[in-house]
Design a protein around this ligand. Structure first.
Ligand SMILES: [Zn+2]
Length: 234
């Protein structure tokens, strides 16, 4: 019996496992081995299927086979499985926009998405998206411990020419929802959805676009440095 949140309706549910696979996998560079658990489950509410992939690191390397057998047995016996971190399809959360540096922004984004996905926590979700912006601005200024209010730090970045007026306005709009929520105003679902879209747009402008631009510059430099190759017609 797997307890999870259905990605179709975003509601907590439980399901018997329809199919499963438990195997040992290795990271790309071969440094880390882990047990991968893949499950196909059918939602108790809406009846639709979800594929879930989870990772289990909690075993000594010499006990891999035993651990696989334990998992197989547990799944077969319909034991209760509560997964802490997992990937599922259809996805429950939007992924953090690419290019954001460090794990803190990613973690803050995942927290906000978790609150948003419950469809029941619009006000905490609005605050959580504001926190994503706070963490991102700390990363941009390389100052994790600043006591300055977020608005002042954004203004400093703008004054120093580190961000555009357009980006500063985007931050202001996104942060306004979190400010309201933090000062006692309840948010509606649609407010949280707008805060989420604005926060995502900010992360894309602040990190994803510069990241893609630097990647393409590197790719161009590498191409320029290449010896001329036989022409490929596409
Ligand atoms: Zn469902």
């Amino acid at each position: 019996m797997l307890c999870y949140t259905c990605g179709w309706r975003k509601t907590p549910t439980a399901s018997e496992t329809i199919a499963s696979d438990v195997s040992v996998e290795a990271s790309v560079n071969g440094d880390t081995r882990y047990i991968e658990i893949q499950l196909a489950v059918k939602c108790g509410h809406c009846g639709r299927f979800t594929a879930i992939r989870a990772i289990d690191f909690l075993y000594p390397p010499d006990k891999e086979q035993e651990r696989i057998e334990e998992w197989d047995e547990h799944i077969r016996a319909e034991g209760v499985i509560v997964l802490h971190r997992y990937h599922q399809e259809p996805a429950l959360f939007r992924p953090c926009p690419s290019g954001a540096p460090g794990y803190r922004i990613q973690e803050a984004w995942d927290d906000a998405e978790r609150a948003f996905a419950t469809r029941d926590l619009a006000t905490p979700a609005g605050m959580a998206y504001r926190r994503v912006i706070d963490v991102a601005i700390r990363a941009m200024t390389n100052d994790q411990k600043s006591k300055k209010p977020l608005g002042v730090r954004v203004h400093d970045l703008l004054a120093a020419g580190a961000i555009s007026k357009e980006l500063a306005d985007l931050i202001d709009q996104a942060k306004a929802f979190g400010d309201e929520a933090a000062h006692g105003m309840p948010l509606r679902d649609k407010d949280a959805a707008i805060a989420r879209d604005l926060c995502e747009a900010f992360l894309r402008q602040a990190f994803t676009i510069p990241h893609l631009t630097s990647q393409i510059k590197i790719a161009i430099a590498e191409r320029e440095a290449q010896e001329s190759e036989p022409e490929i017609p596409f």
